[in-house]
Design a protein around this ligand. Structure first.
Ligand code: BDR
Ligand code: CA
Length: 322
């Protein structure tokens, strides 16, 4: 069955991989890209979403979202990871198409209300747009099919953080928004570093993507040069972890992941700001900030080989039909 998704994104190199994966896989209907600051500032991430839509002829809408976090001071764009232009500084033509006139959060509200029970929200950037949507229209909680988030780190396999020792980038960018989204009464699955650091696109794998996946494969290879240079310099590896595409893989085939249930809270200030904590044991405490919050899913294991096969198969099949 096809899953309709709104992909909330800060493109971003791995965001582009996730977007193209979603467009390529026939089990996903990409209804819209809603944009957010994060890897790049909002005008750049929106330009990049429009660029992808125009260059690869997507049918989806694009709606521009938040330019900064709800409460905390902005962290700033991840230029060292994604380049000045968010796409590894590969030269891009300016798109000639425009975004939907609505803000991203209004677009989300309207679209969810128009198709009750049908829309899965997939967020692979800071969670500001989703928090604004649920704050402005709490009734959408019961109308959304599911919420899938790439973000957070819960310590499985010792994966605790990437931008700080204890925080993952998307959550660290707006911890207050993340706490709102993760404690709202809608079904959330978090695909965080616990699993995204357990799947790896090697340099050779990306060469295969370039050689077998037509224009989209070449584009992914081109923009990922900058990303791979960052990984090599920072971690000494030849390739990159599979962050945002893992959220799309979950939508297509949740059986690739093992999940754990329990309410989640986010540390909103201090040295551990952006840290995500799930209470997954039934312990009783005099003070318990998790009590009465909905149990959500946290992905704690992934079949990484099957995930890599799914990604490559989706891309090669799509390319063969162009
Ligand atoms: C997340 O942060 C961003 O840099 C990536 O696009 C991904 O969404 C990984 O921590
Ligand atoms: Ca992202």
């Amino acid at each position: 069955m096809t899953t309709k998704i709104i992909l909330d994104t800060d493109p971003g190199i791995d965001d582009a991989m996730a977007i193209l994966f979603a467009e390529a896989n026939p089990d996903v209907e990409l209804v819209a890209l809603t944009t957010v600051y994060g890897n790049a500032e909002i005008n750049t991430s929106t330009r990049n979403a429009l660029y992808l839509k125009q260059r690869f002829n997507f049918a989806c809408d694009v709606a521009k979202g938040a330019s900064g976090p709800l409460v905390r001071d902005p962290v700033g764009a991840s230029v060292v990871v994604h380049g000045e232009n968010g796409f590894g500084d590969v030269p891009l033509e300016e798109p000639s198409i425009e975004a939907d006139p609505r803000s991203a959060h209004q677009y989300i509200i309207d679209t969810v209300k128009a198709s009750p029970g049908e829309i899965t929200l997939v967020a692979v950037g800071p969670l500001t747009n989703l928090a604004l949507a649920i704050e402005h229209a709490p009734e959408i909680a019961s109308l959304v099919k599911e919420v899938v988030i790439m973000g957070g780190a819960f310590g499985t396999h010792e994966h605790t953080g990437n931008v700080t020792p204890f925080a993952e980038a998307n959550i660290h960018d707006d911890p207050h928004a993340a706490d709102i989204v993760l404690t709202a009464n809608w079904p959330v699955t978090v695909v965080g570093l616990d699993v995204t650091h357990e799947a790896f696109f090697s340099s050779q794998y990306l060469d295969t993507v370039r050689d077998t996946c037509g224009d989209i494969g070449q584009f992914m290879w081109d923009i990922s040069r900058f990303y791979l240079a960052f990984y090599k310099e920072r971690m000494g590896v030849e390739g990159c972890f599979v962050h945002d595409p893992s959220a799309i893989a979950y939508v297509i085939n949740p059986a690739l992941f093992e999940v754990r249930k329990g309410p989640i809270r986010v540390v909103c200030d201090g040295p551990a700001e952006g840290m995500t904590l799930q209470k997954y044991r039934e312990t009783k405490h005099k003070t318990d900030e998790w009590k009465d919050k909905p149990a959500q899913n946290v992905a704690i294991a992934v079949n990484d080989r099957a995930l890599l096969d799914l990604f490559l198969d989706s891309m090669t099949h799509y390319a063969s039909e162009q």
